[in-house]
Design a protein around this ligand. Structure first.
Ligand SMILES: O=P(O)(O)OC[C@H]1O[C@H](OP(=O)(O)OP(=O)(O)O)[C@H](O)[C@@H]1O
Ligand SMILES: O=C(O)c1cc(=O)[nH]c(=O)[nH]1
Ligand SMILES: [Mg+2]
Length: 193
């Protein structure tokens, strides 16, 4: 899918929000891709994730044993992408703030692809890589629907993105005045009690 086609799916779902957003990394942005509004629609999710699975399959990663996604945002695209790859889907979730594969067993040396919804700084992806390496998995790549960094994020393993969409993000003490004038909201689940 082209960038225009992917963004059209997000736009049709009303998933491209404008305002003042606190991102998972703590950065601030005037644009938020509310992926949950896309994942409401199975046929839109299927279209995106089928295309992502095709990109993963074409990336020359060799045998893939499983997809693992970081909760919460990665759950639905991880499941749907795994369905098209024909492999099991698992997830890591936070326990005391750290991602852990709490509900599943994984064999040592299992060859895993991480599926994320959105990558901004790559922090959540790196946390997921670390959680999986700590239990002996071999992490082949991170895959995501939209890379907001346009290739600049550090995911610590290769990144396969369905598309890139460069969106501004600012340190909280370096906000442009028009952003600082708006009340900030934090849509994601990091640090939620
Ligand atoms: O590349 P990063 O800078 O880490 O940002 C991207 C992450 O932010 C969002 O998750 P968030 O922690 O907001 O929670 P969610 O998965 O529940 O949406 C998104 O789902 C990615 O996991
Ligand atoms: O960086 C993030 O936290 C983030 C950005 C975005 O556009 N959408 C999202 O779900 N998370
Ligand atoms: Mg997330």
């Amino acid at each position: 899918m082209t960038q225009d086609e992917v963004l059209a799916v997000f736009r049709e779902a009303g998933a491209i929000l404008e305002g003042h957003f606190i991102l998972s990394s703590g950065l601030r942005s005037p644009v938020f891709l509310q992926k949950a509004r896309v994942f409401m629609y199975p046929e839109k999710t299927e279209r995106l994730c089928k295309a992502l699975a095709q990109k993963i399959a074409a990336a020359g990663l060799g045998k893939i044993d499983a997809v693992v996604s970081p909760a919460l945002g990665g759950l639905i695209p991880g499941y749907e992408t795994a369905r098209h790859l024909g492999v099991p889907a698992m997830w890591v979730e936070r326990e005391g703030g750290e991602f852990r594969l709490r509900r599943f067993e994984m064999e040592k040396g299992a060859r895993v692809v991480i599926v994320e919804d959105i990558v901004t700084t790559g922090l959540s992806s790196r946390e997921t890589v670390d959680a999986l390496k700590a239990i002996g998995a071999e992490v082949l790549a991170v895959a995501c629907l939209i890379d907001r960094s346009a290739g600049e994020a550090d995911t610590s393993v290769p990144l396969v993105s369905l598309t890139q969409y460069k969106v501004p993000a600012y340190e909280p003490d370096k906000l442009p005045p028009e952003l600082a004038a708006l009340p900030p909201v934090k849509p994601g689940s990091r640090n939620l009690a």
